[in-house]
Write a protein that binds this ligand. Structure first.
Ligand code: CTP
Ligand code: MG
Length: 245
């Protein structure tokens, strides 16, 4: 049986604000999507790769990823959808009959190390059907009521705190996330509707699995799997890359 990796790269990178999609922005001379694909390939546990790309950029993405000498697994490129979830679904539709395990990873996390890829896949192959990397949270996190609190009137905008969850039990979740293929397919088919009906947040693939009532497990994440959203993140990633070499 084989492991398929879906690498999402179809976003536009609005918050980074460049004139090209974020996945094609360069870091140390290579596009983010290439960094991510290299690390997936060199994990040794990925058999093939599907990259989701922005409309009209299939050949540009195929050229940079499939022709990179360090990406030595078969690469297919598929146009993504309007949302990340739709892009993952487009990639998942290309899973073959032998792909029993599926990884979902974001080009926006270009430096997720190969050992992290192995860790999530090994946990799924050991029998946990949905596994995500997570890091302990260092800030105290508060849940607030939706909207502005108008109880005082005047002064700066305020929100009302509803709850302070125990930080010890919070994890900041990353990608790559790994799933038994049949479970991920069912989560994509049924999870979004269930999450909406029950007011649950399904902002990642694991959230869709939770929404259909199935267990999700967390393994140790990695600082290097940080997400690039802004120019500042890109600077930090550059420093991490320097540290790596
Ligand atoms: N993504 C995707 N298809 C979409 C939206 C996002 O494949 N329709 C991918 C992005 O390419 C990225 C990952 O999902 O690798 C995480 O999304 P995010 O960090 O939000 O990237 P962008 O959507 O590109 O950035 P922004 O939200 O700032 O526009
Ligand atoms: Mg986005």
């Amino acid at each position: 049986m084989t492991t398929l990796a879906i690498l999402t790269a179809a976003g536009s990178g609005t918050r980074l604000g460049r004139d090209l999609p974020k996945a094609l922005v360069g870091l140390d001379g290579f596009p983010l999507v290439v960094h991510a694909a290299r690390r997936l390939a060199s994990s040794g546990v990925v058999d093939s790769l599907v990259v989701t790309c922005p409309a009209g950029l299939d050949s540009a993405v195929r050229d940079v990823v499939a022709q990179d000498p360090h990406v030595d697994v078969p690469v297919r490129v598929v146009e993504g959808g309007a949302t990340r979830q739709a892009s993952v679904a487009a990639g998942l539709a290309l899973a073959g009959p032998d792909d029993d395990v599926v990884l979902v990873h974001d080009a926006a996390r270009p430096l997720a190390p190969p050992r992290l890829v192995r860790r999530v896949v090994e946990a799924v192959r050991a029998g946990h059907r949905a596994v995500v990397p997570g890091l302990p949270v260092t800030d105290t996190v508060k849940r607030v009521a939706p909207g502005r609190d108008e109880s005082a009137g005047g002064g700066p905008a305020v929100e009302r705190v509803v709850e302070t969850p125990d930080r010890v039990l919070l994890r900041a979740v990353q990608t790559p996330q790994c799933f038994e293929r049949t479970l991920l397919e069912r989560a994509h088919a049924e999870g979004a509707g269930r999450a909406a009906a029950e007011g649950l947040a399904a902002t990642d693939d694991a959230g869709l699995v939770e929404a259909i009532g199935e267990a999700v497990h967390v393994v140790a994440g990695e600082e290097a799997a940080m997400k690039i959203t802004t120019e500042r993140d890109l600077l930090v990633a550059g420093l991490l890359l320097e540290e790596e070499s």
